[in-house]
Design a binder for this molecule. Structure first.
Ligand code: GLY
Ligand code: MN
Ligand code: MN
Length: 441
């Protein structure tokens, strides 16, 4: 449960941000919609409900379909909360937490009952997914871009309450990761590892921050591998496991990856080396001006590591300039973390959503282009992968000779490595929420 006292000071902070957002766009009411339930085509079974994070940014409620937060500058906000009398499913319940006192609460019994509260005829803005049920409602200007950018910009500065939620999510994840590691070393399948993680976290699949990525052997080369084989390879063919799995807490995500080798050897040495580099990136993070700079730092170190292990033969600068190291690490080093696992606000250069101007050596998939600033919570997640399609591209290019293909063949059955921690940046330095959490388990 959210801690009510720190929630109150968090709430004071976001109140100022939302009041300002309304004031600068000349709206006098903001209607934030939690979202509708979605159903499978031609079926009466709903998909799992995932609340709009713009709603969750104001109120720590996840199970609240068809509900609204109504925000007016300098006034107590209203929560319009649907508790239907549908006897098929348990109705969502309101928590007993003290934070509820910060809202005027209106309980409605059908989605339609919200209409008079959000169609006041005033100068309103609407944030959320416009589902067909509210298509004809005059809820105000839908998703005004300038407001979205402004709010996303400020969402990147986490309050102490938010950092404590991400910290707690990491504590839960650390328990899950320890259980998962044990199952892997006992020869368990990807599916069994996934079950062990969830059980130790006591979170169902849809409560986790994102679908767990659990790849044994070559599967570790697929960045978001979520198949989860029921069978594990025989122990003589068991090489490695990459697990990228994160629990959530009070709506906040953790995002944690560990990679394990089943036996001693070059791949295990590579994990140890990348782990050492990763801790270095974390320590140096707030000496970087921008996350782009941190990204180049990471690519440079990964290139040096690949050279040390004999995977590439050229010098570090050439590996970066020719895009060779990016074949082995085709993702960015960091992204924002918060109410979403890839939290908003990283792709804008200013609070009005100006586009960043990325360094050409960094992948277009890079999610973070901001200055490194106190209040940010980010991941630091270097990787080295042996990805079939990308290796083929380089093998067929004129840079083929830069790679030692015999070494690649030795490492290919291991898939890849990612080591990912969650880092809170403050004026005094950085705090590694993940390593602290593992240390406490
Ligand atoms: N778990 C997704 C990511 O690491 O970005
Ligand atoms: Mn991540
Ligand atoms: Mn991850």
């Amino acid at each position: 449960m959210a801690n009510p006292s720190s929630f109150a000071s968090h709430f004071r902070h976001i109140s100022a941000v939302y009041d300002k957002a309304l004031e600068r766009s000349n709206f006098d009411q903001l209607n934030v919609y939690s979202g509708a339930r979605k159903y499978r085509h031609n079926d009466d079974l709903p998909y799992p409900f995932h609340v709009n994070t713009q709603f969750k940014a104001l109120i720590p409620l996840a199970d609240a379909p068809y509900s609204w937060v109504i925000w007016r500058p300098s006034q107590k906000p209203t929560l319009v909360f649907l508790q239907s009398l549908n006897f098929w499913y348990a109705p969502p319940s309101l928590p007993e937490d003290g934070w509820l006192d910060l809202f005027d609460v209106v309980v409605i019994r059908s989605p339609e009952e919200a209409r008079p509260y959000v169609t006041t005829g005033g100068n309103c803005a609407f944030l959320g997914e416009p589902d067909p049920g509210i298509a004809s409602w005059n809820v105000g200007e839908r998703n005004p871009e300038s407001m979205i950018h402004f709010l996303a910009w400020f969402r990147s500065y986490k309050t102490p309450y938010e950092v404590s939620c991400i910290e707690e999510a990491n504590r839960i994840s650390a328990k899950g990761h320890c259980a998962a590691r044990e199952v892997f070393y006992q020869g368990g399948s990807e599916f069994e590892v996934s079950e062990a993680f969830q059980l130790a976290c006591s979170q169902g699949e849809d409560e986790l921050a994102y679908p767990s990525v659990i790849g044994i052997n070559e599967h570790a080369a697929i960045l978001h591998y979520i198949v989860r084989d029921r069978k594990s390879p025989p122990k003589e063919n068991l090489h490695s496991m990459l697990i990228d799995a994160g629990a959530s807490f009070a709506g906040y995500a953790s995002d944690v990856t560990r990679t394990y080798a089943f036996a001693e050897g070059m791949f295990k040495d590579m994990i140890v080396a990348l782990d050492r580099e990763q801790r270095g990136f974390v320590d140096r993070l707030n000496t970087a001006e921008t996350y782009q700079e941190a990204n180049i730092d990471a690519l440079t170190s990964v290139a040096a590591l690949l050279k040390d292990f004999g995977v590439i033969k050229c010098c570090v600068d050439t590996a970066l300039e020719l895009g060779v190291v990016q074949v082995f690490m085709p993702h960015g080093i960091s992204h924002f973390l918060g109410l979403q696992v890839h939290d908003v606000g990283g792709q804008q250069a200013g609070l009005d959503g100006e586009l960043p101007n990325p360094d050409s050596r960094i992948q277009t998939a890079n999610r973070l282009h901001r200055k490194v600033e106190p209040g940010h919570v980010v991941t630091v997640e270097p990787g080295i992968y042996f990805i079939e399609t990308l290796l083929k591209q380089i093998a067929e290019s004129r840079n083929r000779g830069i790679v030692d293909w015999d070494v690649v063949e030795q490492l290919r059955p291991y898939g890849g490595i990612r080591i990912e921690d969650n880092i809170a940046v403050s004026a005094d330095g950085v705090v590694n929420l993940t390593r602290d959490a593992f240390g406490a388990v």
